[in-house]
Design a binder for this molecule. Structure first.
Ligand SMILES: Nc1ncnc2c1ncn2[C@@H]1O[C@H](COP(=O)(O)OP(=O)(O)OP(=O)(O)O)[C@@H](O)[C@H]1O
Ligand SMILES: [Mg+2]
Length: 167
C-alpha cells in the first residue's frame, strides 16, 4: 500500500493585507499576499521601492499586525499568540539582520550576542559559553569584550544574535 502524506510547509502566508491609515488617506501596502516557504528554502523578497517589502518583513517578524490574513508556522497562526508569546517566539525562533546596526553601544560584543538568551531565561554559564563559541566561529574570539564602535563595520553586522538560537 502506498500512503501519500501531504507535508504542510512550515511557513504559510495566507491572504496577508496591511493598510496604513493616515487620516482619510489609506495606503494598501500589502494586498492579499499568499505564499509558502519550505524548510531549508532560501527566499529573497524583491520589488521596487514602496512595493511593500519592509511592510511584509515587519509582519513576518511579528513586529507589526496585519490588517487581515494569517501567518501559519508549523500549523499555528502566529497572529493569534499573545504579545508575550510572540516575544518568546521572536526570541527563540527568529534572527533579524537589520539594514542599520541593531547593537547596543554600551554592551560588549559578547553581551550583545547573549542578550536574547538572558531574555529567554537561560543560565549564565550556558549563555556565556554559547556566546563565546559563536563569536569564535565568526572570527571574533579575540574581540569578546570590545564595544561595537571598536569593531569593524562588517564585524558589527555579523548575524550572531540569530546564530545563538541554533546552538
Ligand atoms: N508607517 C507607515 N505609515 C504609512 N504608510 C506607510 C508606512 N510604512 C510604509 N508605508 C507605505 O507603504 C508602502 C510600502 O512601503 P514599504 O516601506 O513596505 O516599501 P519597500 O518595498 O520596503 O520600499 P523600499 O524599497 O523603498 O524600502 C509605501 O507606499 C509606503 O509609503
Ligand atoms: Mg524597505
Amino acid at each position: 500500500m502506498i500512503v501519500h502524506v501531504k507535508m504542510t510547509p512550515p511557513l504559510e502566508i495566507k491572504e496577508l493585507s496591511r493598510v496604513y491609515s493616515m487620516g482619510d488617506v489609506k495606503v494598501k501596502a500589502l494586498n492579499n499576499v499568499s505564499f509558502e516557504i519550505s524548510r531549508g528554502e532560501f527566499v529573497a523578497i524583491m520589488g521596487k521601492s514602496g512595493s511593500g517589502k519592509s511592510t511584509l518583513l515587519h509582519q513576518l517578524g511579528l513586529l507589526d499586525m496585519p490588517t487581515s490574513g494569517q501567518i501559519i508556522f508549523d500549523g499555528k497562526n502566529l497572529l493569534e499568540l499573545s504579545e508575550s508569546l510572540k516575544a518568546r517566539f521572536r526570541l527563540s525562533k527568529f534572527g533579524y539582520v537589520f539594514q542599520e546596526y541593531a547593537l547596543l553601544p554600551e554592551l560588549s560584543a559578547l553581551e550583545n550576542v547573549y542578550l536574547p538568551a538572558i531574555a529567554l531565561g537561560r543560565n549564565e554559564d550556558d549563555y556565556i559559553k554559547a556566546g563565546t563559541e559563536i563569536l569564535e566561529q565568526v572570527g571574533l574570539g579575540a574581540r569578546l569584550h570590545h564595544r561595537p564602535r571598536e569593531l569593524s563595520g562588517a564585524a558589527g553586522h555579523c548575524d550572531c544574535k540569530s546564530t545563538y538560537k541554533q546552538t
